[in-house]
Design a protein around this ligand. Structure first.
Ligand code: SAM
Length: 895
């Protein structure tokens, strides 16, 4: 099992006070915002291309040069490069990698990958080898090393009058080591840096700016200029601290540069403020901090330095730039400080640059021996964030609790253990008090200037946790309270305030799976504060808006090894579906199977599928309807197919009775309602001349949905399948050896629509030919559209259809089989044509399904039928009703 038996809880609480001055002081008295620096906005096409290539295992530094050459070749025309999902780029990378590999093989330095490795893996191996080779003595801090003693290689070079450079020192500096040892090793001051993030002000509406602060701590002076606490947000919680080693380079960006006489400069090195430079030294130990270092998006990055305000007369006007930010390796990057304006003895030589080489440690590496930690941070947007990180063993049966259960438990505990029995006491209020207290202490004020602490709670946010089911149905009108969002993205459950927001599908957190290394609970509180007294921390008057949001993120705990081996793709649909469907493999090296994602069925060649309005009679549509058919008292003609009653309830849930009937018809063999063709197209496809005896086909119940010829609205409740996937799904590698599988990332009620089985519409004959041509090749399990073969006598070949998702398909191609008690059932759905040769095959849940459960359906395989066009696999469904006797035997003999 990949889960490590450990969990870290982060409780964080943000109080937005909406008062800039207050917040600045709350952060740290010595902090001075020195400047905002925005990086040039990179071309988003690059980012997109890097992302696509990263999904294939190619890091940016490999892609970048290839992409640049391609752009040169194509005259900066992206279209050729973007075409067919960057095929040209992939080819070019492969070629370039092969070239490099050939070069390296000359020196016998690379282990040859196995010949039968898949190309992607092969090239990944290659690229790893290339990386390893290209930086044998790399001085950049290693991500893998422990944080106790990361070793940095620092060189000091002096430029000489002849233009050459002279190396004056080459040392290894042990960072984070004890001071004495570091001093012995190098006279160079060393710095500890904390990477911090704050949650951007979400109330502003505009895209929040990403900020980068760097906190430096001069250990030699023992002066701690760090702001109180560290708070990490989900974008960046891998990075908690890093080290920087200063070095100077000349304007060409070449090697380090130090003036001959080191003593002329302050040690640590100094930088100079503009204007009156005589008295304007600020040590490099100036506090810098990194906020919201979003490696995915260097757009809108702001660098802020925070200096000793006693020395700083005014903010730096010199530029700071983030250089060498290697997206693939956030463990090492550089910050460059360029002094443009200064002159004078103590300044950097004109035009020179001071570079900070930074390394970032992961939380993992930097774990202290203590089991919990409290961090407090505030931001320029007026938030106070309180984080309590608690590390403990994770029981194997741990699953994410609901927020109200957590609150109940906490309140019980506080009542029992601390005898807090005050009415009105709640965990929420406690958290709020802590944040207010933090601000109060930080601003040297008390709560007593006209506003009592009781007043502070006069307008409390009263959480009302809605039933998950309510939200699932998405039909409840939300007034006030929390919404327990059913949409879980990569392990997160989001609780959102719906105080003011209209009920809508809440925004998912876009967490990168690889950052999900801890269990985190964020309590975010926002409030407008009374302007009566800037120092007052009470919640504002009645008019002020308050909103509360909570986020629970359950994350799997990956070790570094696992992180590097996990394979993850954001969206296998490439934007074809309403929402992204990710794919993750934490089990083996298998990459995403090659197929083309299509959201709707498509005819391969001979299948007769014609949608003709003329074929839709009045009984087959509801042209006189308007509005939502489900809300009409008398069911319309479209309910005729289902006995004059709609199969759906509002919210797209299939009615219990209808669902149970469908399940029963599919399930137990005794109750199976089979019909037999006069001349079975399936048997005929096996042998065109000798038509074998029909083995029977299931009689199924159809759902008929309203469609274009109907008069109802697009949002009519009798249009479900045609609207596509609406629940959060993920393709994952199953640990039981069934290959890829599909799971839900959110709790689902019984009868919910999941997806339809989409593939190429092929005739039985075409399918048979395909299978015989591609023997031994891995095929997805095709489905027969045979639900109505009984009604029309002898079917022509082009009318006897199946869906094959092997080459073109949707997410349903990943749904594995489970004998009898699967949690999905397939129901034929008529949308475009009353002609049942062709219909949609839609999957609905047979019961309530929990988040992260694998979704399965019963393929209806007869494991003893060896003549079936698709060879049955050895079933590993694990069901107690498993019909595969061979598989059962092997399980028993193993047992
Ligand atoms: C429709 S695909 C499902 C996705 C597939 N697991 C994959 O990796 O692409 C059907 C194939 O999955 C595998 N499979 C599905 N259910 C299985 C089960 N219960 N036991 C073993 N293999 C299964 C079989 O190889 C089958 O041919």
């Amino acid at each position: 099992m990949l889960l490590q038996n450990e969990v870290v809880f982060v409780y964080s609480f943000i109080l937005l006070v909406g008062s800039k001055g207050l917040e600045t002081r709350a952060f740290s008295a010595v902090n001075v915002e020195i400047q905002n620096y925005k990086l040039m906005a990179p071309n988003p096409k690059f980012a997109k291309a890097y992302k696509a290539m990263r999904a294939l295992g190619y890091p940016q530094h490999i892609v970048k040069p290839v992409l640049k050459s391609l752009l040169d070749v194509y005259n900066q025309n992206w279209q050729h490069i973007e075409d067919q999902n960057y095929t040209v780029l992939v080819d070019a990378i492969l070629e370039s990698e092969e070239c490099k590999e050939r070069e390296q093989q000359k020196f016998h330095l690379v282990d040859e990958p196995e010949e039968d490795e898949p190309p992607l893996k092969k090239s990944r191996l290659r690229s790893q080898a290339v990386q390893a080779l290209s930086s044998p003595g790399d001085s950049s801090p290693s991500f893998k090393g422990t944080m106790d003693k990361p070793v940095h290689h620092v060189e000091y070079v002096i430029p000489e009058s002849n233009g050459k450079e002279k190396m004056i020192e080459s040392v290894h500096v042990h960072l984070f080591d004890n001071e004495t040892e570091a001093k012995v090793l190098s006279p160079v001051p060393h710095y500890r840096r904390e990477v911090k993030t704050t949650t951007p002000n979400s109330s502003s509406g505009s895209k929040p700016k990403k900020k980068i602060h760097v906190s430096a701590h001069d250990k030699t002076n023992e002066s701690d200029l760090l702001s109180p606490g560290t708070q990490l947000n989900e974008n960046c919680d891998t990075y908690t601290s890093c080290s920087i080693v200063p070095r100077m380079v000349d304007e060409t960006g070449k090697k380090e540069l130090l003036p001959d006489d080191l003593s002329e400069l302050e040690v640590p090195l100094s930088v100079v403020l503009p204007g009156d430079s005589s008295n304007a030294k600020v040590h490099i130990s100036t506090s810098l901090e990194v906020i919201d270092l979003d490696m995915e998006d260097t757009n809108n990055v702001e660098l802020l330095t925070q200096g000793d305000s006693s020395n700083a007369k005014e903010p730096f006007s010199t530029s700071l730039e983030l250089i060498d930010l290697d997206m693939e390796d956030p463990s090492a990057f550089s910050l460059c400080y360029e002094d443009e304006s200064s002159s004078g003895k103590d300044s950097l030589p004109q035009g020179n640059r001071l570079e900070y080489e930074c390394s970032v440690a992961t939380k993992e590496e930097n774990k202290s021996s203590t089991s919990s930690q409290i961090d407090i941070a505030s931001s320029s947007s007026g938030e106070v964030k309180l984080s309590i990180i608690y590390e403990s063993s994770l029981p194997s049966n741990f699953c994410i609790p609901s927020l109200d259960a957590l609150f109940r438990r906490m309140e019980e505990k506080l009542h029992k253990s601390y005898r807090i029995n005050q009415s009105g006491f709640s965990v929420m209020n406690l958290m709020k008090d802590i944040c207010e207290g933090f601000l109060a202490v930080g601003t040297n004020t008390t709560l007593d200037d006209g506003v009592s602490s009781a007043d502070a709670h006069a307008n409390p946010v009263a959480p009302r946790i809605l039933d998950t089911q309510d939200v699932l149905n998405r039909n409840v009108s939300h007034q006030v309270g929390f919404c327990v969002a059913p949409n879980i993205s990569l392990g997160s459950v989001e609780f959102q305030s719906l105080n003011e927001a209209p009920p809508k599908i809440p925004k998912f957190q876009s967490l990168n799976c690889f950052n999900l290394s801890r269990c985190k609970i964020d309590l975010t509180m926002q409030g407008s504060f009374s302007e009566r007294n800037k120092n007052s921390l009470a919640l504002g008057d009645q008019k002020s808006s308050t909103s509360t949001s909570m986020v629970i993120v359950q994350t799997q705990h990956f070790s570094n090894d696992m992180l590097s081996s996990a394979y993850y793709i954001d969206d296998i649909t490439r934007g074809e579906e309403n929402l992204e469907i990710s794919l993750i493999n934490e089990i083996n090296n298998e990459h995403q199977p090659i197929f083309k994602y299509i959201p709707r069925n498509i005819t391969y060649q001979s299948a007769y599928v014609k949608f003709l309005l003329a074929r839709i009679s009045d009984e087959n549509c509801c042209s006189n309807c308007f509005g939502d058919c489900l809300s009409s008292k008398i069911p319309c003609a479209c309910a005729g197919e289902t006995g004059g009653e709609f199969a759906y309830m509002p919210g797209g849930i299939v009615k219990e009775k209808f669902l149970e009937d469908c399940m029963l018809m599919n399930r137990s063999p005794q109750q199976k309602n089979l019909f037999y063709c006069q001349e079975c197209p399936l048997e005929r496809s096996k042998d065109k001349n000798l038509s074998g005896k029909c083995k029977g086909h299931l009689v199924r119940k159809f759902i008929k949905e309203c469609w274009y010829k109907c008069g109802c609205i697009k949002d009519c409740g009798n249009r479900v399948v045609q609207r596509g996937i609406t629940c959060k799904l993920q393709v994952f590698m199953t640990p039981e050896g069934k290959g890829w599988g599909l799971r839900t990332l959110e709790d689902l009620p019984k009868g919910a629509f999941i997806c339809e089985y989409v593939g190429e519409i092929v005739t039985n004959m075409e399918l048979f030919d395909r299978n015989s041509q591609h023997t031994g090749k891995k095929h997805t399990y095709p489905v027969l559209l045979d639900a109505d073969w009984c009604t029309e006598g002898v079917l022509k070949d082009e009318e006897a259809l199946c869906l094959d998702a092997t080459f073109y398909g949707n997410v349903a191609r990943f749904v594995n089989h489970r004998c009898d008690d699967a949690n999905l059932v397939e129901i034929p759905v008529e949308v475009e044509t009353p002609d049942h040769h062709y219909y949609h095959l839609a999957f609905f849940t047979t019961r309530k399904v929990d988040a992260f459960e694998e979704l399965t359906w019963d393929y209806g395989i007869d494991f003893s039928d060896h003549t079936h066009p698709v060879k049955a696999f050895k079933c590993g469904c694990g069901s107690q009703f498993c019909r595969d006797k061979k598989s059962l035997k092997s399980v028993r003999s193993r047992g």
